[in-house]
Design a protein around this ligand. Structure first.
Ligand SMILES: [Zn+2]
Length: 341
């Protein structure tokens, strides 16, 4: 599904971009900001496609997945013409995608880009330069890019994407029109998960809640074992107060060996205790909706004060590990705190 329809229901950005296209008044440089995995790059590609499509047509965005749609809300590229097909296959010579090489975007990458921009576009009416993760421009690369932005080449639109404008050189930001992207609405994400991964409404709802509006987070949870891992972590957490110290430390040992899983595991733990806190007041707001019976039982066995202490202890462990403290020692200490009933 090429075009704006794949942008994850980013209504406002799509409206602003298609209005600029309709008016024929395209900005030289745009900065798309927002958390990872919410369709910034996809929308940039859709915009490049729309600006060069030979057969633009009307498109629709809906409030709810099953809501009736009557009025077109924006314009869409066709996805079928020569230009669209080249962009979709990544073979359009005038749609230039620049991504970090390793941890940074280096000055050599920007210099190579600038030497291409001296020439006229090969075939596009509008050439696009899409720079993703622009917060990774190092200082030299940023300053080199700035010179180009100050004297922009003809028929060229720059789109930078970043988590937030504050991470980028202010002189670059001031050259760009900023468009903020919001997290994907819950229902859009749930529908996406149901359609693309064949999950039932209940499981899709849990994944959509936990991914906090990010396609990328949802995708990483979608690996078939995610629900199993969540269940395992929650079962272990609930068993901790009845376990010997050795068994509590065994849990932290297993977690410490799966470093890629540590941050998701912390999220799962905090969401679990948070669900127990709010269950008695607002049961409709729990995240682990499929576990409401288990949450009900857990809520009867503890107090809010104990739960808040546990959530704070997880936050503290997370901060310490992010600051490079010893993972095993931090987790051991956390498990001993969480084992107090
Ligand atoms: Zn087209």
């Amino acid at each position: 599904m090429p075009g704006f329809a794949s942008s994850g229901d980013q209504k406002r950005p799509v409206r602003l971009l298609t209005a600029a296209l309709s008016s024929g008044n395209l900005p030289h440089a745009l900065l798309f900001t927002g958390i990872e995995g919410i369709g910034k790059k996809t929308t940039a590609m859709a915009f490049a496609m729309a600006c060069n499509c030979f057969n633009l047509h009307e498109g629709y965005q809906t409030k709810q997945p099953d809501a009736e749609i009557t009025e077109p809300t924006h314009i869409e590229p066709c996805g079928q013409c020569r230009s669209c097909k080249k962009i979709i296959s990544g073979n359009h010579p005038d749609i230039i995608l620049l991504q970090p090489s390793g941890a940074m975007i280096k000055v050599d990458q920007i210099r190579a880009l600038c030497s291409k921009l001296v020439l006229k576009p090969y075939e596009a009416s509008k050439r696009f330069v899409i720079i993703t993760d622009a917060q990774k421009l190092n200082l030299e690369a940023g300053n080199t890019l700035l010179k180009t932005l100050e004297e922009p080449p003809e028929h060229t639109v720059f789109i930078l994407t970043a988590l937030q404008a504050a991470d980028i050189l202010p002189t670059i930001v001031s050259r760009c029109q900023q468009i903020r992207f919001n997290p994907i609405p819950f229902h859009s994400l749930q529908t996406y998960i149901e359609k693309n991964h064949g999950l039932g409404a209940s499981d899709a709802s849990v994944i959509a809640s936990m991914s906090q509006g990010s396609f990328t987070r949802a995708e990483s949870m979608m690996k078939p074992t995610w629900i199993n891992k969540r269940n395992w972590i929650i079962d272990e957490l609930e068993a901790l107060p009845t376990r010997s110290i050795n068994l509590c430390l065994a849990f932290s040992e297993v977690l410490s060996k799966n470093k890629g899983w540590l941050l998701p595991a912390f999220e799962i733990m905090k969401n679990w205790f948070r669900d127990i806190v709010i269950y008695n007041y607002a049961p409709e707001r729990i995240i682990n909706k499929d576990l409401s019976a288990q949450i009900n039982i857990a809520a009867k066995k503890t107090t809010i004060n104990v739960l808040i202490l546990k959530i704070k202890a997880i936050d503290k462990a997370e901060r310490e590990i992010n600051a490079n403290s010893n993972i095993r020692l931090t987790l051991d200490s956390l498990m001993l705190t969480l084992s107090k009933g």
